[in-house]
Design a protein around this ligand. Sequence first.
Ligand code: NG6
Ligand code: CA
Length: 510
Amino acid sequence: MKNSLFFTLVILTGLSLAAAEPQKPNVIVIMADDLGYGDLSCYGTESFETPYIDQLATEGVRFTSGYCSASTCTPTRWSFLTGTYAFREKNTGIAAPSSPLRVNHEITCIGDMFKTAGYSTAIIGKWHLGLGGEDGPDWNGELKPGPLEIGFDTCFLLPTTNDRVPQVYVKDHHVLNLDPSDPIWVGSKAPSPEHPTGINQRETLKMDWTHGHNATIHNGISRIGFYTGGHKARFRDEDLADKWVEQSLEFMEENKDGPFFLFFASHDLHVPRIPHERFQGKTDLGYRADVIVQLDWCVGEIMKGLDDLGLAENTMIVFCSDNGPVMDDGYADEALEKLGDHKAGGVFTGGKYSVYEGGTRTPFITRWKGTIEPGVSDEMVCTIDLYSSFASLTGTAVEEDAARDSIDVMGALLGKEGAKGRSELVQQDNGSRGNFGFRQGDWKLQVHAQGKARNVVVEKLLETTAVPKIQLFNLADDPVEKNDLAESNAKKAEEMKARLDKIIADGRSR
Ligand code: NG6
Ligand code: CA
C-alpha cells in the first residue's frame, strides 16, 4: 500500500514535471520577399493559385493583422534577427553590395537565442545584411563576421539581393566554388570603359532595366554595382529557388533528430523576377506572379520534406513577407502591364517603401500540425515578435538589453482562444526620412516628416506623392486609409503622436 502510494507520487511528480517542460519543436521561418497582402489565393486573389501556401493556411492560423516591421528588406530582417526596431540604429536601411555586416555581432540575436535553447540553426537564401568588418566583404577570403557570428551554425546565402552584384553563393565563410585563379572584384565604378553594362550593351539584355540596375551584366541582366571574376562560382537567376529547397531539405534531413531552426529566406518575388523555366508562363500576369507560384512550390517542397521525415507534427512553420508589394522596381518585366484586376496589396493602400498599411501588413501564417487549432486570427502580430515568442515557447531567457521591441505573442501565434497579440506597433519605411506608421488597436497614425510618401498607389509606376505630415485613420471602417481624421479628432492624433515619440525616445518598448 505504502509502496504503491510512493510510486503513484513518483509518477504524478514526473508527469507534472513533464508538463512544465517547455516545448521545443523545430522552427521554420519562411520569409517571402516583396509579397503583398493580396498576393496569395488564401488572401483573396483570384488571378492565380497558390495551393501549397493555401494548404499551410488551412492547416494553421491565417492572420489578418500580421506585419513585418518595415516596408523594405534590410530593416525588416534586421529587426527579425535582433527583436529591436530598426529605426533605433543607424545603417539599417537597404544594404549596398559591399556593405559590412549591419548587425552588431556582440548583441544576442534570435539565432543565439535558439542556440541557447539547444537548437541547430541555419539561414538559407537571401541575406542582404552585409558581410565582413568595417572594410566590407572580402569576397576572395573569409567572409566574416556574418550569420555564423550572430547565432547561425551554418548558412547558404545569396549575399545581397539578386539585383545587386555579385551573383555567387556564400556557404558559411566563403564564396562557393570560387576558383582562386579568377578572383572576384566588386566596386562602385566600372573597371574599364569596355566593361559590359546595361548602358553600353543594353541591346543584349534578356530583361531591360527601367531605373537604376544598369551596371554589370550577368546572365543577360544588368545589376546594381560592378564586378568581375568568379565565373565558376556564378549562378543562374533561374536556379535560386531550387537551390534554397535543395539546401533546406539537406539541413532538415541532417538535423531530423532536432530541434532545428531554419530561416528560409526566399528571394521571390524580388527583382529581377526570373522564374525557373518550368514556372515561366504559369500565370497570365507575367513573371511577377510566376515567381509567386514558384515560391508556393518551395513551400510545398518544405511541407513534403517534413512529411517524409515524419516531422510535420513536431515543427512550427511561420510564413511571412519582408515588405509589401511593388510593380516596377527597376526592370521591365511587365508586372504592371499584365496586372489585370489583381490587387497585390489586397484592400490596403501603399506597398514597399510606404508606411501605409500595404507596406507592412502582409500574409502571415503559422502551422504546427496537431498543436495549432486551424483558424483565422485578427490578433496583431509582427515578425519582430518571433524572437521573444520563441524564447517563451522554448523556455529561454531574453537578455535585458536584447530584443528591445519584441513582444511575446506566442499564445496568439498558436491560435489559442483569448490569447492577445500586440496592442500597438510602430511601422517604418527604409528609415532616415522620418516616416512612421503607428497602429494602436483600430487607430492608425501616419507621420511623413517631409510631407512625402512613396508608392502610395501600387497599381501605378513607383512615384512620390505629397501627403499631410500627420494623418489619422480608423482602420475598423477605413482600412484603405482614405478618410483622414487628424483634424476632426486632433486630440487622438496628438495622443498617438506623443506615444509614438515616447516609444522612439525610450529606446525600447519591451
Ligand atoms: C532599391 C532598388 C530596388 C530594390 C530595393 C531593395 C533601385 C533604383 N532600386 O534601391 O530595385 O533593390 O532597393 O529592395 O536601385 S529590398 O526588398 O531588398 O529592400
Ligand atoms: Ca523585400
